[in-house]
Design a protein around this ligand. Structure first.
Ligand code: BES
Ligand code: MN
Ligand code: ZN
Length: 496
């Protein structure tokens, strides 16, 4: 299908990191940046012999306050172009502030220089990993559909640190993460006329072709899903001219261990179906496949970093459209599990594609299953756009995900899945309805999914608030790829 392949864009040239304890003193064409705070200015002066620093500090009043910048033009012999960035009070410097610093670094240089020499010695060592990760996130840009592209030149960052917790393994994990999170963002940002279910299947196949020794891909079409009885899934995709696809990718299939299975909601556009959404802001429903994008992005990171763990990614790809073929409110379907569902609102479609996928993946005999979905507006109301919603009846698994979220600064907040909410899903006609009424919408959605996850350990991530930003910074964030990769990396470490 030519339309599918048209936008299979090449992999962007990845940014590379090096790590040294001292900066090269010979003339370099790179841009020099140093993070600093008031007490560190002296040692900076000793190391780099900044010409007339005291006078410059006096005239500019630069006190290295948080995110204050001081350009130094031709004041350091080896680095004609240099910039100091203040860290402010170190006691108040938290992971949450690193993104701003990283943006200052990237904004100043990325269209002008191919490489940066970046002295992070003044940054507390426990923040080095997250700062390097923030740099990759700040360096992301998306201009596939602009006829005038703003050229980013930046290819390499040479980190300088007198002492650090970073090592070569961590740096290559960060590079792999940048690539996987970048893929998730690209897929999220591509519009529904480009990125539709078959497109996601093509992307999965392309990834498997790139890493044939690591990945096995399988794609089910609608007939195959019908044969399996996946009528809830098909109730969503049947309204669209774009047929649905169930995509699975198996990473490290040869490993004996039971896999972690990641299930992503891949609604490539969510109009709401016959329960049509209002026009205002509907364009953002191209992001309704960001759960799927995070699964594909995580698979890419795994391949590039070759983490020794068995993982299956499953993507439930469908488009939710109104048409003469579309599901009507009140229609009843039998899911692959045998349970029946009265579809009272066709806009609660994510849980319909997910429930059959959650039944399908039982065949992989999972050790744990995590689904990732832009599932409910109610989750955005509850938690805003800072943390993702975490739902799990499994305290240990919930804790593991919470810790991974802190480690990667891609945080989650746990909300309850309790039996008391289940009755809100009662239907007079079927085993359950697909909506639970106006109260606790994120929770009733999780409760619906829970009915299909009884045979394994399970957690649900509602990323409706965190997978993309709106307004002037509109675009996919690539969350929760850092969280998922961290969760898997922590498991590898724990089993080592
Ligand atoms: N994809 C939406 C959830 C969503 C809405 C995410 C807004 C981010 C921003 C989902 O399919 C949906 O429409 N959910 C409904 C459920 C309702 C009908 C029970 C919602 O949240 O309104
Ligand atoms: Mn919807
Ligand atoms: Zn949706």
């Amino acid at each position: 299908m030519s339309e599918v392949n048209q936008w299979r864009t090449g992999i962007k040239s990845p940014m590379k990191f090096t790590l040294q304890s001292t900066a090269p003193e010979t003339q370099t064409r790179g841009f020099f940046v140093a993070l600093t705070h008031e007490e560190a200015l002296k040692s900076l002066q000793n190391t780099y012999k900044i010409n007339g620093l005291d006078a410059t500090l006096a005239t500019t009043q630069f006190k290295a306050g948080f995110n204050d910048t001081l350009p130094l033009i031709e004041k350091i012999a080896a680095y004609p172009n240099a910039l100091l960035i203040g860290l402010g009070d170190l006691a108040e410097l938290k992971a949450a502030k690193l993104a701003k610093l990283a943006q200052s670094v990237i904004k100043t240089v990325n269209t002008k220089f191919q490489h940066i020499v970046l002295d992070i010695s003044a940054l507390p060592v426990e923040l080095h990993y997250l700062f390097a990760l923030s740099l990759t996130q700040a360096n992301y840009s998306f201009n596939e559909f602009k006829s005038k592209k703003t050229e980013t030149l930046l290819e390499r960052i040479d980190l300088i640190a007198t002492s650090t917790t970073l090592d070569a393994d961590q740096l290559s994990l960060i590079e792999a993460l940048a690539s996987g999170q970048g893929l998730a963002r690209d897929l999220g940002n591509r519009p529904g006329n480009i990125c539709f279910p078959e497109y996601l299947a093509e992307q999965a196949k392309a990834l498997a072709a790139e890493f044939p020794d690591l990945l096995k891909v399988s794609v089910l079409d609608e007939q195959q899903m019908a044969d399996l009885g996946m009528n809830a899934f098909l109730a969503v995709s049947k309204g669209s001219a774009r047929p649905g696809r169930l995509i699975t990718l198996e990473y490290n299939a040869q490993l004996e261990q039971a896999p972690v299975v990641l299930v992503g909601k891949g609604v490539t556009f969510d109009t709401g179906g016959i329960s049509l959404k209002p026009a205002q802001g509907m364009d953002e429903m191209k992001f309704d496949m960001c759960g799927a994008a995070s699964v594909l992005g995580t698979m890419r990171t795994l391949c590039e970093s070759r983490l020794p763990i068995h993982v299956v990614g499953a993507v439930a790809a469908a488009e939710n459209m109104p048409s003469d073929k579309a599901t009507r409110p009140g229609d009843i379907v039998t899911t692959m599990s045998g349970q029946t569902v009265e579809i009272l609102n066709t806009d609660a479609e994510g849980r319909l594609v997910l429930c059959d996928t959650l039944t399908y993946i039982k065949r992989f005999n999972p050790s744990v299953v995590i689904d990732i979905a832009t599932l409910t507006g109610a989750c955005v109301v509850a938690l805003g756009k800072v943390v993702s919603g975490l739902f799990s009846p499994d305290d240990e698994l919930a804790l593991e995900l919470q810790h991974a979220g802190e480690d990667a600064f891609d945080r989650v907040w746990r909300l309850p899945v309790m039996d008391e909410y289940q009755e809100l899903l009662d239907s007079p006609f079927a085993d359950m309805a697909n909506i639970g009424g106006p109260h606790g919408g994120a929770i009733t959605a999780a409760c619906f999914l829970q009915r299909f996850t009884q045979d394994y350990r399970w957690a649900h991530l509602d990323v409706a608030g965190t997978a993309w930003l709106s307004g002037t910074a509109k675009g996919a964030t690539g969350r929760p790829v850092p969280l998922l990769v961290q969760f898997l990396a922590n498991r590898v470490k724990a089993n080592a």
